[in-house]
Design a protein around this ligand. Sequence first.
Ligand code: GCU
Length: 591
Amino acid sequence: MRRIASLMLALAAILPLKAATDYIQNVYGRQIQMLNGKWGAIVDQYDRGLKKKIYANPHPKGKTDFYEYDLDGSSRLNVPGDWNSQRQELRYYEGTVWYGRHFTARREAGKRQFLYFAGVSQRCNVYLNGQKLASHEGAFTPFQVEVTEALKDGDNILVVEVSNQRLKDAIPALQFDWWNYGSITRDVMLVTLPNRYISYYQVQLDKHQPDLIHAKVCLSEAVAGETICIEIPEVKQSIKLRTNTDGIAESSFRVKRLERWSPEHPKRYEVRLSSSEDAVSEQIGFRNIEVRGTKVLLNGRETFLRSVSFHEEIPQRMGRAYSEGDAAYLLSEAKALGVNTIRLAHYQQNEYIVREAEKMGIMVWQEIPVWQDIDFGNTTTCSLAKQMLRETIMRDVNRCADCFWGIANETKDGEARNAFLRELLQTGKDLDSTRLYTAAFNTAVWDKQRKCFHLDDGMIPYLDIISINRYMGWYSAWPLPPAECRWEVASEKPLFISEFGGEALYGQTGDATVVSSWSEDHQEKLYRDNIEMFEQIPNLCGISPWVLFDFRSPYRMHPDHQDGWNRKGLVSDQGLRKRAWHVVHDYYLRK
Ligand code: GCU
């Protein structure tokens, strides 16, 4: 499958400084026709589908023509959902699959209609009624394409060419420690909007002030003088704004007796936005998140981040999580552990998870999958990373639970990488300067002379929080007893332990001092030792065990203990809590 045209990346670069002409935010709050369900699927291992015109889904007409495929008659795959877990023979498949389905639609005069994809892994081309309409690169962010002209009244054939091929210049690149799920892994819908609609808006509390709300509303057209109304009925707030020549209206206003969102009190308000042709509303929470010295302050109060990570995966299904129910399951297990934060590893996870975390009162660290070895010298790769960060922020900008944007995981210090990450930071801050920016480093080293961990990295001055992945007792032996292992890392900033832990096969017992026992005894001791060490770190602002659930990975091939699973979970692939789960739970009760 051919790669996305760089034009698509360049187009994304202008959002949302100008009117976001075809962007859709808060899609679930819009008039939508879900296109989920059983789609026809053709595995195209040698990429012959384009030449064979699968996108047109033709059927023989005369006596002499024939086609060696038929989307209508082919076997079915569920959308949303990865193909790896739906068919045994596709478990390891990397390549192209052509998806197709018919749907009945009604064109609506004076309206604009779009196809919206919440996530397609990893890249795709979209065809409607035989016409190519869009391409998208990036498995974890939504995109939309206008179909107002291409849509037919009645029957339409939608065809999506999907590839999960790993590529050196993609994000993530050729290597990553999670399953390379392919497919239309999230919701697909037809969205109908007014001709001139509210395409993008930010309604956020000021970074530092407890009662000052900043609002920015973009129309889908660069038209001046349009009246925009913003209402928050519960606090009797209603303001009217006028758009500028870019179709953007901005204002700031104070609200008395605003209840700020927090894990303890996940308060949200109904916010209504309207223009002459459009009206949209949703629940929005308001909070301040900031750093002061080595502290993280939520609503002005020092907050210790009791975190954990999980992949967007339901272990019992051995497949991608994609539904509201999946989100509720993953987050309820995290909440039971006692977290107030979740690090959604290592990529932007679906909107249900972020909205559910907000409802449950869990702060969220979202990140883009700039994971280890990325082609940092490649400008197209950098544009792709900026597109992903932009698409993440634009989707979630009104999600007060999103407190941290992670821009990289375990990348190596160097001029190309630092320039790449600084560009990412600039892209993020141009869109949203209220959240805290961080990156996870695995390059903290033990200094034998000074008897402490320290980190030299050119990106430290640019980040709000310094995050460290360090596997003491698993990948690294203890140089001293845990309580004597000091840390001198970014002493003037908050230090977050973004990953630590070790593997254990649920129910396996063994010698707690032997790593290769893969025993719960060893994992439990490892957790006690690491927590004892972390308690000595003067600028510690939080910890995040890696990982809540055992997860699928082609990295992990030990025949007895792993068999394609990374076993660092505190919970097994069958949803059973290991002994280390209780060590973390008890610790979080004390924090
Ligand atoms: C790394 C990486 C994770 C990986 C983990 C592990 O720190 O960030 O994605 O799964 O180590 O080795 O289990």
